[in-house]
Design a binder for this molecule. Structure first.
Ligand SMILES: Cc1cc2nc3c(=O)[nH]c(=O)nc-3n(C[C@H](O)[C@H](O)[C@H](O)COP(=O)(O)O)c2cc1C
Length: 323
């Protein structure tokens, strides 16, 4: 089983936008709870930039370096506090979040977590706020789509304001906030669990793939895992599609005997939008058909997808000789 260590554990960045955090009950409670989560950074953007002069470079770097982005804020006028709008306007820049080279946020998990003052019944067609929270948050949803992030159901709780003697109690607001934090933690765990499963699948697939190479198995096993437009780049040439693979594989079978050995080390597995990029180092120990020993060390870079049915398809397969 693939073990999750801290280097591969999905990192979380909480962008906290609150212009009165010292007097907050709800958001303070949530942040206090979230501090227990491993590999989680909180960026209190109002504290950092109360003059609204945002350090765009630092904020972009923080987003590039993370996997899960959470916007945490109190719901203000059916939206977010102004500092968060200023942050998005500046940080989600052309060729960063969108545009021809604007893929820096692609594939990241994106979660809105907001505390709602009003009661749930107000946010219905017949209630005084008319619209559902999900409708009011549509600009965030579309922002996520443009930036190619994975948008998830927003996490929020109602009745998050305490007006002494009039509306709620301090304790009820705190309890609601704890419930919201618990839901956030569960979602973070789900993302991380999913990642462990995907990593395990990739590890098992790599072992199976090279196991089949060792015995020079039938084409069928390999073809079954190749996208129709797969691109191969080998030291000996470039090949495309299933027919390309068959050509290359024929030449391999003409060159080496079965029962060769591939020693494989997975160097890294990274998400790239809907794809996974897998870096490998492989030592090949084989015997040629003419009886000579063939030893070679290569670096491989794979690009693959994992389908709903957990089936792996290779889209790119680049091999470079390193020894
Ligand atoms: C400027 C301002 C605007 C607000 N607008 C809304 C609103 O549109 N809808 C709502 O349900 N609550 C609204 N509230 C209530 C806040 O959502 C609530 O005070 C906040 O979520 C409590 O979080 P905190 O304890 O962390 O400050 C507003 C509060 C302020 C100060």
């Amino acid at each position: 089983m693939y073990k999750q260590n801290k280097e591969v554990m999905k990192k979380v960045t909480v962008v906290l936008a609150h212009d009165n955090f010292e007097n907050s009950i709800a958001n303070q409670t949530i942040i206090k709870e979230l501090k227990e989560v491993d590999q989680l950074e909180i960026r209190n953007i109002y504290e950092l930039y109360s003059d609204y002069k945002i350090d765009v470079e630092a904020e972009q770097k923080a987003l590039i370096d993370t996997d899960i982005i959470i916007f945490q804020f109190p719901f203000y006028w059916y939206s977010a506090p102004a500092i968060l709008k200023a942050y998005i306007d500046q940080v989600f820049a052309f060729n960063f979040a969108y545009g021809p080279e604007g893929n820096k946020l692609e594939g990241k998990e994106f979660l809105i977590s907001t505390t709602i003052g009003g009661p749930a019944e107000a946010y219905t067609p017949t209630g005084y706020n008319h619209f559902r929270i999900e409708q009011l948050l549509l600009p965030f949803e579309q922002t996520a789509y443009l930036a190619k992030m994975n948008y998830h159901q927003p996490i929020y709780e109602h009745r998050m304001v305490y007006v002494p003697g009039v509306y709620n109690t301090k304790e009820s607001v705190e309890n609601n906030a704890i419930r919201q934090a618990e839901r956030l933690k569960e979602q973070i765990n789900n993302f991380r669990q999913e990642e462990i499963e995907m990593n395990t699948l990739i590890h098992e697939f790599v072992a199976e793939w090279f196991g089949n190479f060792d015995k020079l198995a039938e084409n069928g096993f390999f073809i079954n895992h190749l996208d129709g437009k797969v691109i191969f780049k080998f030291p000996e040439g470039e090949y495309e599609g299933h027919a390309g693979f068959a050509n290359w594989y024929d030449s391999i079978k003409e060159t080496i005997k079965a029962d060769n050995k591939h020693m494989v080390e997975i160097k890294s597995i990274k998400r790239d939008g809907g794809f996974y990029r897998v870096a490998l180092e492989v030592e090949i120990d084989a015997e040629t058909n003419s009886g000579e020993a063939l030893k070679m060390k290569v670096k491989e870079d794979w690009k693959l997808t994992i389908g709903q049915d957990k089936h792996i398809h290779l889209h790119e397969y680049f091999v470079e000789k390193i020894g």
